[in-house]
Design a protein around this ligand. Structure first.
Ligand SMILES: Cc1ncc(C[n+]2csc(CCOP(=O)(O)OP(=O)(O)O)c2C)c(N)n1
Ligand SMILES: [Mg+2]
Length: 284
């Protein structure tokens, strides 16, 4: 990847992280941990890999995104706003009565959202159905399915994965956010998923591992996934819960904190650093 393209992706991640943190801080609570770990992925998808038209979100030939770990909605909303789907001011209605931005995505409310999610597991079946429709239509569209590692506790994921693998449904690009934690602690302590990549391989997936903090590695993994023929395909993305906000790395409330003076200061310093990075590199 050339330097200019990589810089665009990195600035894109910085802008999404800033916007998401500002929105959550304004709301005073929210799913910070799982939103932060998909920021780089969102930048790589919306700045490079997805086919979409923000002025026509229902464009027939678009690629789809299914955020099965729906609680990470705020990172997706920031991404959609920054990419022209709606006015960024709308972000400051997150979770309010009557909002178009409920904490978990709703396809009937938000431009750019194609699947209603939040009840973990269900998005996997929705994406399998969308991918199968692409297959029946002989379409080259893709659906990017983003699944949490804790979400894999849901049996429905494995039913959908069997269907995807059986049909060699490479229209679905399964991306597992392996941030090693779920709502109330480390996966290993709650329900150990063991080796997720090996499991996906055993289920019949061509499986790629990628560093989910590294835009270039993620983009290469998506290129590799798109090129796979005659097999289901999965990217296991290695991330950190609350990625980019070190204050939360060792805290037990990283999943969905309520903010106070100490966390406000930590978040403000992350925002300032990221904004300086953008400004030093020619702005957005
Ligand atoms: C069916 C269902 N059960 C429980 C929940 C409550 N819940 C929301 S997020 C979460 C943890 C998810 O962990 P993970 O998939 O690892 O998400 P991430 O670490 O990316 O935030 C749980 C249990 C839910 N949303 N849906
Ligand atoms: Mg997790």
């Amino acid at each position: 990847m050339d330097k200019a393209e990589l810089l665009k992706l990195k600035k894109g991640s910085a802008a999404i992280r800033i916007q998401t943190l500002k929105m959550l801080k304004w709301r005073r609570y929210g799913h910070l941990g799982g939103a932060m770990s998909i920021v780089e992925l969102m930048s790589v998808l919306y700045n490079k890999h997805l086919n979409y038209d923000p002025k026509n979100p229902q464009w027939e030939d678009r690629d789809y995104v299914v955020l099965s770990k729906g609680h990470a909605g705020p990172a997706w909303y920031s991404t959609l706003a920054l990419h022209g789907f709606f006015d960024p001011e709308m972000l400051y209605t997150l979770n309010e009565g009557g909002t178009k931005l409920p904490s978990h995505p709703d396809r009937t409310k938000t431009p750019g959202v194609d699947a209603t999610t939040g009840s973990l597991g269900q998005g996997t079946s929705v994406a399998a159905g969308i991918g199968y429709a692409f297959r029946l239509n002989k379409s080259s569209q893709k659906v990017y399915l983003i699944v949490g590692d804790g979400e894999l506790n849901e049996g429905q994921c494995w039913e959908a994965f069997q269907f995807i693998a059986h049909n060699k449904l490479n229209e679905v690009i399964v991306i597992i956010d392996n941030n090693k934690k779920q709502l109330d602690g480390p996966l290993e302590e709650i329900i150990n998923p063991f080796d997720i990549a090996k499991k996906m391989e055993a289920f019949g997936f061509y499986t790629i591992r990628a560093n989910g903090q590294d835009e270039e590695a993620l983009s290469d993994a998506i290129d590799e996934a798109k090129a796979v023929k005659d097999s289901a395909v999965c990217i296991v993305m290695d991330t950190i819960k609350a990625q980019g906000v070190p204050y939360y790395y060792d805290r037990s409330d990283s999943h969905s904190p309520k903010f106070g003076p100490e966390s406000d200061a930590a978040i403000d310093s992350v925002i300032a650093e990221l904004q300086a990075f953008i400004d030093e590199n020619g702005g957005m």
